[in-house]
Ligand binder design. Structure first.
Ligand SMILES: [Cu+2]
Length: 483
């Protein structure tokens, strides 16, 4: 549950407990009387948890994110309430702000996704994302979910009471091999996890919350950055941040949805701890180029909800025959592996753009930057010819080694590395601020890895080159297959 108030509001919460155990609402960081509204039974205070009804008083003295949860049972285990989801947040907006439902523009009583309006400040999209610990989720038959590859039980890592683990997106589609398709909506449909939506350029605030009590997560958002210290324009610019149990922070992506280069498409966000990512902790930010009226199906037949334009911004252009709006101009076949983007690929999967793709290219489009061009036309060009290769990596004089080391190398160094004349090292390249960088990647990896006591034999037919913090075109250069 996410509720909102304005700074300066006095808030009365009438809490009714219908559980068969004491419960409460304990809020963090707003002002309240600890003797009456702490929602806990602490020290010599009265017990402010309840089996029936309790009224709590809060004073929202400033803007921000204020997590609340049950403090009658603060334990972390399955016997307690936190891991089962008994938490939420109060978001305090500026004085004078109002909020509406992004789907229909109507008044919003509660909800994770809101459009925030203000008479003197820019409107923005507000997305509240509450990350969890790992609840003991059962499958539809009441059993602990099993990873189909390992045969072992596996955890589930939710956001906003949803999770999209890779085990449910197991490659059985034509042409699919392994992990590289698990994030693809072409192969498996959209994930159950939040799909945040905006028109390109919309200002946005992600209200990032850790509702759990045990584990740390790392929030990472592709192709967007934000200031580590929002009120300091000289602050470090980041695109990932660790956050621990009960921490809350506002992420305000610079330049809004689509970042500096106005990219459209599906921007993935996820926990950077890979086990969490693989066990469900990811979602998409769908950045739209055309008005979405809630009637027009995606390629797989699902009909997305309407998205109200922010009223203080220019109305997004209406779709037409050649510009049906993302993702409808992207070539693909639902139920199958996503196509590679046109023009940028040499070899078996090379293809020319369809007329629809061509019509949606940005002005000055080049292979690898088709739908948004992240550099000015006069930017100096640096080209790197790179290969991904397998080579043993020896870690020390005692000969501890990884027989299946996998590294990027400059093509001109490849033979020397493979012959053992040049030691493998992490691949580091350099450029100057303002350069346009063209990466030409050749995948020379073996088609499989493992097949021993420690690693299942796994197909690894695909490789990508995903970069952080610099600008690129999300649809054609993310180095992944998202959305
Ligand atoms: Cu995590």
């Amino acid at each position: 549950m996410v509720i909102r108030a304005n700074a300066g509001d006095f808030i009365v919460v009438d809490f009714e407990n219908k559980l068969d155990r004491p419960a409460s609402i304990h809020i963090q960081n707003v002002r309240y009387d600890v003797l009456d509204s702490d929602g806990a039974a602490v020290g010599f205070n009265p017990d402010t948890t309840t089996l029936n009804r309790k009224r709590y008083f809060w004073y929202a003295d400033r803007e921000g994110i204020f997590l609340f949860h049950d403090m009658a049972d603060p334990r972390s285990g399955e016997d307690a309430t936190n891991v089962h989801g008994l938490f939420g947040a109060l978001i305090v907006e500026p004085v004078g702000a109002s909020w509406t439902d992004p789907v229909n523009g109507e008044e919003l009583k509660s909800g994770c996704y809101a459009d925030i309006h203000h008479p003197a400040m820019p409107d923005f999209r507000e997305y509240v994302l509450i990350f969890h610990d790992e609840p003991e989720i059962k499958d539809r038959n009441g059993n602990t979910p099993i990873n189909p590859e390992t045969g072992q039980p596996e955890s589930t890592m939710p956001i906003n009471y949803r999770a999209e683990p890779m085990r449910n997106r197991h490659p059985d589609c034509p042409g699919c091999a392994g992990e590289e398709v698990s994030l693809s909506s072409w192969a498996f449909g959209d994930p159950a996890t939040p799909i945040l939506r905006a028109y390109v350029g919309d200002p946005a605030k992600i209200r990032l919350i850790h509702g759990g009590v045990k584990e740390t997560h790392v929030f990472h958002l592709h192709n967007h950055q934000w200031l580590l210290e929002p009120n300091d324009p000289k602050s470090t610019i980041i695109d990932s941040i660790s956050f621990s149990p009960q921490q809350c922070m506002t992420i305000e992506p610079l330049f809004g949805a689509g970042s500096l280069n106005g990219c459209i498409g599906d921007v993935i966000w996820h926990c950077h701890l890979y086990p969490h990512f693989g066990e469900g902790m990811w979602g998409l930010w769908r950045i739209l180029d055309r008005y979405e009226d809630g009637t027009r199906p995606y390629p797989d037949g699902t009909i997305p909800q309407k998205l109200m334009p922010l009223p203080d911004r220019p109305h997004p252009p209406l779709p037409d025959g050649l510009h049906p709006g993302f993702p409808r101009f992207v070539a693909g076949i639902p139920g199958q592996k996503a196509f590679k983007p046109p023009l940028g690929i040499i070899g078996q999967e090379a293809r020319l753009p369809t007329p629809l793709e061509q019509a949606n290219f940005a002005e000055n489009a080049v292979p690898g930057a088709l739908y948004s061009v992240p550099f000015p036309p006069d930017a100096p060009l640096k080209v790197f010819e790179i290969a991904a290769i397998q080579v043993p990596i020896v870690y020390n004089r005692q000969g501890w080694h990884d027989p299946e080391g996998r590294i990027f190398v400059l093509k001109e160094d490849k033979e020397a590395v493979l012959r053992g004349e040049k030691e493998p090292e992490p691949f580091v390249i350099r450029a100057n601020v303002g350069d346009c960088i063209e990466i030409r990647l050749t995948n020379e990896l073996p088609l499989e890895i493992g097949g021993n006591a420690f690693q299942l034999r796994t197909r690894t037919t695909e490789a990508g080159f995903h970069i952080h913090l610099v600008k690129f075109d999300t649809i054609s250069a993310d180095g992944s297959a998202n959305g």
